[in-house]
Design a protein around this ligand. Structure first.
Ligand code: NG1
Ligand code: MG
Length: 486
């Protein structure tokens, strides 16, 4: 294997090759996976990879418009045990968690990412995306080195905690290491973000960025423009963030909801650029580029949107006429493969959400920084308000909530806890901010009693009474991607 031993001593901008120590929090999980690897391949793994899921504290549906986000890594992660074979260009994937997933084998010289018309792609396609990403990055330097992989994950699936990106990012890290690349965190995050698009979701880069840039003990303010940058943000002392899974699964890649929002944002940007009579208005599809070009502050941007875009729906004809394009051009230049059916578009609502949410992210970071200097009750309350406003905007303007998420948020509000949908929405999890560890414990108890114990029978039978610790839990910020050798 041409592993990247040259990562030793490169500092924390690179993924270090660490010796696996019994003190490591996931030691037991890795050993169990190692034993499974041995059973499958009759050999010891050469290395292990761990990539966490994430919870986004604020900044939802803004990354693909170029705006910053404020996530933290959770403790739940995807882990891989990996061996390599330069003699045989074969990929072998063996999931430890049987039942949910099937084994998968493929010739590395004939990788094929299959996107079915309905139902969403099979799980191993996420791994294939990662390989393809590294292959494209290396170009002529790529060598088809076989990989034997055993894998296991405890990030809840389709829950907005980014299990998909954890898998893609883990595949990128394992492949990059087998190929002998330097494991630069930002580069690997960008590769992971671009290659996950092969799954068909036109997402931004939040999940892959936090998967690599996360640091234990703090959230990260992640900026994408003009280039990827992570700044650690210390969350208020004593605060405790709780994640609660509504148990409504949203398989994003199996639906067009997400890409529909991406399309509406692109169209709104182009429309606004034209309204400003910019000579190069046809170049704009991201809100942030227009903001820069016109030197708009957050309030002025919101005013521009309210002035130029109406509340009611836009038809295809409205858009084509205003932008001077044909329907074919609309389909080719703006609609993605999964959104070719779109007939109507909401522009003002989507644009307002993105611009106002981007302002809330900046404010949230500022307040956290102020709190480092002097603790103030009003500042903490202000953080809670920002989270509530974010949720209201996602429900009203972005329309990506769900009745069960609304029930969770209403229960939180009743407890005096600020909560919001986290991740893409339409199901999945909420994130809630509690003032203290003990307040979080009380809050979790209430959710167990008022939400989880009341679940419909088909969901309830999957859990022991009073044992919902995997679906509602307090979380502390964990490390980003790690690589271990024994
Ligand atoms: P989820 O659905 O939580 O994995 C998605 C996107 C993010 C971001 C959020 C919404 C992917 C891989 N991730 O996250 O980039 O746009 O929605 O803020 O699709
Ligand atoms: Mg996802």
């Amino acid at each position: 294997m041409a592993t990247s031993d040259n990562n030793v001593g490169l500092g924390d901008e690179h993924v270090a090759v660490q010796k696996l120590q019994p003190q490591a929090t996931i030691y037991e999980r890795l050993l169990k996976l190692g034993a499974f690897f041995k059973q499958q391949y009759d050999a010891e793994p050469e290395f292990y990879v761990r990539v966490p899921g994430r919870v986004n504290i604020i900044g939802e549906h803004v990354d693909y418009c170029g705006y910053s986000v404020l996530p933290m890594a959770v403790e739940q992660s995807i882990i891989l045990a990996v061996g390599s074979n330069p003699q045989k260009a074969e990929l072998q994937l063996r999931p430890l968690d049987k039942g949910k997933f099937q084994s998968f084998d493929s010739d590395l010289n004939a990788l094929d990412i299959k996107l079915p018309k309905t139902g969403g792609p099979a799980w191993y396609n996420y791994y294939l995306c990662g390989i393809k990403g590294v292959q494209e990055q290396l170009g002529k330097k790529w060598r088809p080195i076989g990989m034997q992989v055993a894998l296991s994950g405890n990030v809840p699936l389709a829950a907005g905690l980014s299990s998909s990106s954890a898998l893609v990012s883990a595949a990128v890290l394992a492949t990059a290491h087998v190929q002998g690349m330097q494991l630069d965190r930002k580069l690997l995050a960008s590769i992971s973000a671009s290659c996950e698009q092969y799954i068909g979701t036109h997402s931004g880069g939040m999940d892959q960025a936090i998967a690599y840039l996360a640091k234990k003990g703090c959230a990260q303010h992640i900026e994408f423009h003009p280039k990827l940058k992570g700044t650690p943000v210390t969350l208020p002392a004593g605060s405790c963030f709780v994640v609660a899974n509504s148990l409504v699964q949203k398989k994003k890649a199996a639906s067009s909801d997400y890409n529909e929002r991406v399309v509406e944002c692109r169209l709104a940007t182009r429309w606004l650029a034209k309204s400003q009579k910019l000579p190069n208005w046809q170049d704009f599809i991201r809100f942030i580029d227009l903001e820069e070009e016109c030197n708009l502050d957050n309030a002025a941007y919101a005013q521009l949107i309210e002035k130029q875009l109406r509340k009611s729906l836009y038809t295809r004809d409205d858009i084509c006429e205003a932008l001077g394009i044909t329907e074919q051009q609309l389909e080719k230049d703006f609609l993605t493969p999964s959104t070719q059916h779109m007939q109507q578009f909401k522009l003002r609502q989507r644009a307002l959400h993105v611009i106002q949410e981007s302002g809330r992210v900046v404010k949230f970071r500022q307040i956290c920084e102020q709190l480092q200097r002097r603790a103030s009750k009003q500042d903490i309350e202000q953080l809670g308000k920002l989270m509530q406003q974010s949720h209201a905007s996602l429900r009203e303007l972005y329309e990506c909530s769900h009745p069960d998420l609304e029930r969770l948020v209403a229960l939180s509000t009743k407890q005096g806890v600020s909560a919001r949908v986290t991740g893409a929405g339409w199901g999945g999890c909420i994130v809630a901010m509690c003032d203290s560890v003990s307040a979080a414990a009380d809050y979790v108890k209430v959710l167990k009693r008022e939400y989880y114990a009341q679940l419909p029978a088909h969901l309830l039978e999957r859990y022991q009474p009073n044992d919902f610790n995997e679906v509602v839990f307090a979380t502390v910020p964990s490390n980003g991607a790690e690589l271990f050798v024994q």
